[in-house]
Design a binder for this molecule. Structure first.
Ligand code: TRH
Length: 370
């Protein structure tokens, strides 16, 4: 451990469970941590292909443009000063054995387990709690969140990249100033088909951008899988766009009028985009999913009609008013939804920055040992 109490060597440890979010959050966290001069950040990942799908072009020799060293999960044995395990994914066995040896001869690294984001109240009571492990190591739980008594959220990019031509072309079709543009990113098993039906029969032209390579139930609309494909259906125009680099995806969210997002990272990015959004929570048991959605809606990110639409989109069919009714009521409340999304973004900006709170917590943990 260097002389100063400010730990400078960080490891973010990512074990991919499924989809892109584990890697997506870890990449964003590692990049944010690496912005501090002289800090050395490694991102240990067990499925590099999932992570590299979010970085275009692929980083040469595993060195990300942000300076993060991307390394295979089991390629590192010498622990850093601070180890950020994510989502309870565990640590590589050899890495953990090294931590045990360090503890036996001196001081273990600061070991933090960064958990999933939730708007639920219980998070504040668990945030920063230590957990003594059977081998004597201490792990400390750290929760992102929407309040000052959590770790807060990873901040948006200071500067968004230009959108690729394939997306800019899609934004021109159809030529209709009244059209609202939406990005579409939800799970295969969702109520998307019903929502698209409502848009097609709705009062306002909608241009929906669907990423290539992601299975989506488009309700029988045979949109070709290749970027550039177009499918017109009443007031709805579906357009296939490429799966984008993570930074370009942030730029897409900011460019659209509203966004359909899912899971955790795109959900947060859409809130930072400051546009109305429809969030499909990660597919868990219905009561768990409903509790997460209600906790977030209860913090007031949007007006009632849009909250009802989000609630319905996360319900099983038949457990809510029809999506068509919800969609038409939400569309009628469009101006209020735009203002509420902007106000919500302002509220988030007043909250903690997760990369900062993590670093402060790590430094205070080291300081407490001096
Ligand atoms: O892919 P996800 O469903 O990931 C999920 C969630 O993170 C969930 O919380 C977790 O428990 C589960 O994985 C294991 O949704 P999420 O979180 O939005 O992550 C998607 C990432 O993909 C995000 O970083 C944005 C990125 N992305 C791009 O980079 N380009 C794209 O074109 C698209 C559509 C997404």
């Amino acid at each position: 451990m260097p002389e100063t109490v400010t730990p400078q060597r960080w490891d973010v440890v990512c074990r991919v469970v499924d989809h892109y979010g584990d890697a997506g959050v870890c990449l964003r966290l590692a990049r944010a941590l690496a912005q501090v001069p002289d800090r050395i950040v490694r991102l240990l990942v067990d499925q590099p292909a999932v992570l590299l799908a979010l970085i275009q072009p692929p980083p040469p020799e595993g060195r990300d443009r942000s300076g993060v060293h991307i390394v295979p999960w089991d390629a590192v044995v010498e622990p850093a000063d601070v180890v950020v395990e994510t989502f309870g994914g565990g640590l590589p066995p050899a890495y953990r054995e090294s931590m045990q040896r360090q503890r036996a001869t001196g001081v273990q690294p600061v070991w933090i387990n960064l958990d999933h984001l939730s708007a639920e109240d219980w998070v504040e009571g668990c945030h920063r709690l230590p957990s003594l492990q059977a081998d004597g190591l201490v792990c400390q739980f750290f929760y992102p969140g929407f309040t000052a008594r959590t770790g807060g959220l990873l901040r948006p990019l200071d500067r968004l990249p230009a959108l690729p031509d394939a997306v800019l072309d899609a934004l021109k079709a159809p030529q209709n100033a009244a059209a609202l543009t939406a990005s579409v990113f939800c799970y295969r098993d969702s109520r998307l088909a019903e929502l698209l039906d409502a848009m097609a029969q709705g009062p306002r032209p909608i241009r929906a951008l669907v990423p290539a390579g992601l299975p989506s139930d488009l309700g029988g609309r045979a949109l070709d899988p290749e970027p550039g494909a177009v499918w017109q259906d009443g007031a709805l125009t579906l357009l296939r766009v490429p799966f984008l680099d993570q930074d370009a995806y942030d730029a897409l969210l900011a460019r659209c009028d509203f966004n359909l997002v899912r899971g955790e990272d795109s959900w947060v990015r859409a809130q930072w985009a400051g546009k109305p959004l429809i969030w499909q929570a990660y597919r868990q048991e219905a009561a768990t999913r409903s509790a997460k959605v209600e906790a977030w809606l209860g913090r007031g990110p949007m007006p009632p009609a849009w909250a009802e639409l989000n609630r319905a989109f996360n319900c099983e069919p038949g457990a809510s008013d029809s999506l068509a009714n919800c969609w038409n009521r939400a569309l009628a409340d469009w101006t209020a939804a735009q203002q509420a999304a902007s106000d919500w973004r302002t509220r988030l900006a007043a909250g903690p920055d997760l990369a900062v709170t993590l670093a402060e917590f790590a430094a205070s943990t080291v300081q407490s040992r001096v």
